[in-house]
Design a binder for this molecule. Structure first.
Ligand SMILES: [Zn+2]
Length: 309
């Protein structure tokens, strides 16, 4: 029987601790998991995210970089890998569970066990480039999922769409020269990390839409309806992967877009329709940002509810 949705997570993802006062904190994941325990989600099957194999990560990242990150994990205290990104003793296991959850989610969806999968993990991944950890991200979980679908599961074309308020520079950098992959992002502009201008188009496989600070539902929905959704539809992926960051919510402290939970439900419904048309419904969604606990929990719940519909 095909499950409507499998949730992949692991307690080790709570042990990545970038430090007191850091917005990307373990409570984020607790808040999301608690929200998904409501009666709306009784149909969800929960699975432990396995540890990724190094080879799965090395399809995306330089093997030397993967080793450097894992070898840098301290036995106590913290090691900074960029001004925003720190390793704590639990970070290596958390990052391996996050990437492993991404691959297991692809296996479940491409193997017909589930129609959709949501990966509730941290650290997030979309800022991580081929050989660079940055912006709270160590390994690029969605890119690892896309490459795993192609290398191990026979997918020819994989699309990643990213509605996190920050541009997914890492995913773009990994995808931009490969026409079998597609990347589209809406994000606040200007904002961290500074990439994501509309003229960054890869080999015609990248779509970037910047939204001015203060933009809300109308501008967001227009961007998706007019630019991103038609491009994903044209690309006709075999698998749709979502970088699901919820920091464009009006209550989020890190940026100034004004989205509501309803906007996340809306965009998710539109994406499910495209997946149903081209990809036999197959969708893998991975948690990225979202830093106000209440807004994050409510937005993730709206997203997952729409994935199950
Ligand atoms: Zn973000």
């Amino acid at each position: 029987m095909t499950e409507p949705l499998i949730l992949f997570t692991h307690p080790a993802c709570l042990d990545h601790d970038p430090g007191t006062g850091h917005p990307e904190r373990p409570h984020r994941l607790r808040a999301v998991l608690r929200a998904l325990e409501g009666s709306d989600f009784a149909g969800i099957r929960k699975r432990e995210a396995p540890l990724a194999e190094i080879d799965q990560i090395a399809r995306v990242h330089d093997a030397d970089f993967v080793r450097l990150i894992l070898d840098s994990v301290p036995t106590e205290g913290r090691v900074q890998v960029d001004p925003d990104t720190a390793l704590s003793p639990g970070s290596g296991q958390a990052a391996l569970r996050a990437a492993g959850g991404a691959c297991a989610a692809v296996d479940a969806v491409m193997g017909g066990e589930a129609k959709r999968a949501f990966i509730a993990v941290r650290p997030p991944g979309h800022h991580a480039e081929t050989a660079r950890a940055m912006g709270f991200c160590l390994f690029n979980n969605v890119a690892i999922a896309a490459r795993h679908a192609q290398a191990a599961r026979g997918a020819k074309k994989v699309a990643v769409v990213d509605f996190d308020v920050h541009h997914g520079n890492g995913t773009q950098e990994i995808f931009e020269r490969d026409p079998s992959l597609f990347f589209a992002s809406s994000h606040q502009w200007p904002c961290y990390p500074g990439t994501g201008a509309p003229d960054e188009r890869g080999v015609g496989n990248v779509v970037n839409v910047g939204l001015a600070p203060g933009s809300g539902s109308v501008a967001f929905r227009q961007a998706w309806e007019r630019q991103i959704l038609p491009a994903v539809d044209d690309f006709a992926p075999d698998l749709l992967v979502i970088s699901a960051g919820f920091d464009a919510h009006a209550d989020d402290p890190l940026a100034q877009l004004e989205l509501t939970e309803d906007d996340y439900a809306w965009v998710t419904e539109k994406l499910m329709a495209i997946a149903d048309r081209h990809a036999k419904g197959r969708v893998v969604s991975a948690l990225e940002g979202g830093y106000d606990l209440r807004a994050l929990a409510a937005s993730a719940a709206a997203h997952v509810r729409a994935m199950m519909a």
